[in-house]
Design a protein around this ligand. Structure first.
Ligand SMILES: Cc1cc2nc3c(=O)[nH]c(=O)nc-3n(C[C@H](O)[C@H](O)[C@H](O)COP(=O)(O)O)c2cc1C
Length: 203
């Protein structure tokens, strides 16, 4: 299906098959049912380093890559700018996105709207959605707003279009399967990502 819209899904949980993975799979299924193709990447299998704060990205360079560090983030920059839509899926760890996603977010500094380079706002309107799994039934004490705000600001400052968040409350691995309302939110987000990707492409 060469003309299918694509969804790139970044999985940040270190627990394979856990609650955020399950919600992400629901969103991907909905995107595929709408006619798209999906690809999932497990972030902690990549060789990703944290931002060094070297400020190399603040100066325009002739080279194609936006960051000086030559690790797997270089391929991820390319993947994200080739996808039609993006989904980030993470558990909340200590009121924040889990470290593998926070690592990616910090490395988006080179795409920040403040950068005087061609890499500023590199997401160019791509829709980006978020899946959050967390344990505390009270979203305020779970850190929902913190994690949500960090991710939304990172997307928007990189030029992306915020597609919203599908969340679920669960603790044990796989427990989210017992929460149909959370699974439904994830499916709705997958379908919305497809619609936004279509609109962006004028389809
Ligand atoms: C290190 C660690 C930190 C956590 N911090 C929070 C937290 O701040 N708020 C919360 O509600 N749940 C917290 N949790 C619970 C997880 O978010 C929850 O179990 C979630 O369902 C895990 O998703 P996963 O199965 O996709 O890994 C934490 C769990 C761990 C292991």
């Amino acid at each position: 299906m060469p003309n299918s819209l694509s969804l790139l899904c970044l999985l940040a949980s270190p627990r394979r098959g856990g609650n955020s993975d399950i919600l992400a799979a629901e969103a991907c299924r909905a995107f595929e049912e709408a006619g798209g193709l999906t690809k999932q990447i497990v972030l902690n299998r990549l060789n990703l380093h944290d931002c060094r704060g070297c400020d190399w990205c603040k100066t325009p360079h002739e080279v194609p890559h936006p960051c000086a560090q030559q690790d797997d983030m270089q391929a991820l920059y390319v993947e994200m700018t080739q996808a039609d839509a993006i989904l980030w899926a993470t558990p909340i760890y200590y009121w924040s996105p889990a470290v593998p996603l926070k690592m990616v977010i910090d490395r988006l500094f080179c795409w920040g709207e403040w950068q005087p380079t061609r890499h500023a706002k590199a997401l160019q309107g791509r829709p980006v959605g978020l899946v959050l799994a967390f344990a505390d039934e009270d979203p305020a004490s779970a850190g929902y707003i913190h994690a949500y705000s960090i991710c939304k600001a990172a997307v928007e400052s990189s030029g992306g279009t915020w597609a919203g968040c599908a969340w679920g409350v669960a603790t044990d691995k796989g427990e989210i399967q017992q929460h149909p309302e959370a699974l439904a939110r994830a499916r709705a987000l997958g379908a919305k990502l497809y619609t936004l990707a279509q609109t962006r492409k004028g389809l």
